[in-house]
Design a protein around this ligand. Structure first.
Ligand code: MN
Length: 296
């Protein structure tokens, strides 16, 4: 069969099958409808133009439930993309003995399917490779952004969240090393900019098994939130719900089976996840050297 995605004369997006007798339109089937649906968070971002805080005044009109009664998902479970900032803190550049930083490297993409909610479990894929934690501030885009000037960039932010950019060490492409399923824990929630204030003042603390590994000020980013949005939007259109992971400070280190990782950023809550190596196999790529898991 030949399948087509198209826009009808009426402006509706549709999917169909090309036959000798024209296109059979499948979009009206229940299966197609359910797949097309955006997550409730992305619908909310679209409906509010990214300015979620404007619903604040009418909150009491909505139905209510207790947080103990629900299972938290990733704040944005279905972004069109996750953009990462490599080597965006000077102290992390030093610890990695890197010649280059973001000013040379630009940004990279992580697979959205790597997202993991707070309370989830990171799955170490290989028993013979090192995987590190990287605590980071995440920016969630609120409305379509293209070629945005730095001084206007804050208008495009829906909110901020804690994010772990879990990373396999080695010389495979970053999109490989950072895109394993469960390698992007994010949450527990999204906090609107009015409540966060100036991101430069945020403190980031990441611990493994309650031992502090990373302790930094977001103000030490080489490219801050507005510079990042401006730069990324000069390359690719940013859509509501897209996530920018702003980079990690010094203190990254290996994760092992049974570890507990927690990331706290001022005002953004506590993101906590576990680690398992159950099901790990031998790595099919070499990484260009020795990258055995070890505790320093
Ligand atoms: Mn990172």
């Amino acid at each position: 069969m030949k399948l087509l995605s198209f826009t009808t004369r009426e402006g509706a997006e549709a999917v169909g099958v090309l036959t000798a007798d024209g296109i059979r339109v499948l979009t009206d089937t229940p299966e197609a409808q359910s797949v097309r649906e955006l997550s409730p968070m992305r619908r909310l971002l679209k409906q509010t133009g990214g300015d979620i805080s404007r619903i604040q005044n009418g909150l009491s009109d909505y139905s209510r439930t207790d947080i103990e009664e629900v299972v938290l998902n990733v704040p944005v479970p279905d972004p069109t993309k996750i953009i990462g900032a490599p080597v965006n803190y000077a102290d992390h550049q030093n610890e990695m003995k890197q010649d280059l930083n973001i000013r040379s490297l630009g940004v990279f993409l992580k697979a959205p399917s790597s997202l993991l909610p707070a309370g989830g479990t990171i799955q170490l894929p290989y028993f013979d490779r090192q995987v590190d934690q990287e605590g980071e501030l995440a920016v969630v885009i609120g409305k379509r952004a293209s070629h945005v000037a730095p001084e206007k960039a804050s208008n495009f932010v829906a909110g901020f969240a804690a994010l772990l950019d879990i990373t396999m060490r080695g010389r495979e492409d970053r999109s490989t090393r950072k895109s394993f399923d469960t390698f992007t824990p994010m949450g527990p929630w999204l906090v609107t900019p009015d409540e966060v204030g100036a991101t430069e003042n945020l403190e980031l603390r990441c611990a493994v098994n309650n031992t502090l590994r990373q302790d930094a000020r977001v103000g030490d980013l080489m490219w801050g939130v507005t510079e990042l949005i401006s730069y990324v939007s000069s390359i690719m259109v940013l859509y509501p719900g897209d996530i920018i992971a702003t980079g990690t400070p010094a203190g990254v280190g290996p994760l092992l089976d049974g570890d507990n990782v927690s990331l706290e950023i001022t005002g953004l809550g506590r993101l906590e996840v576990n680690v398992t190596s159950s099901g790990a196999v031998e790595c099919p790529t070499s990484g260009g050297g020795e990258w055995l898991p070890s505790r320093d």
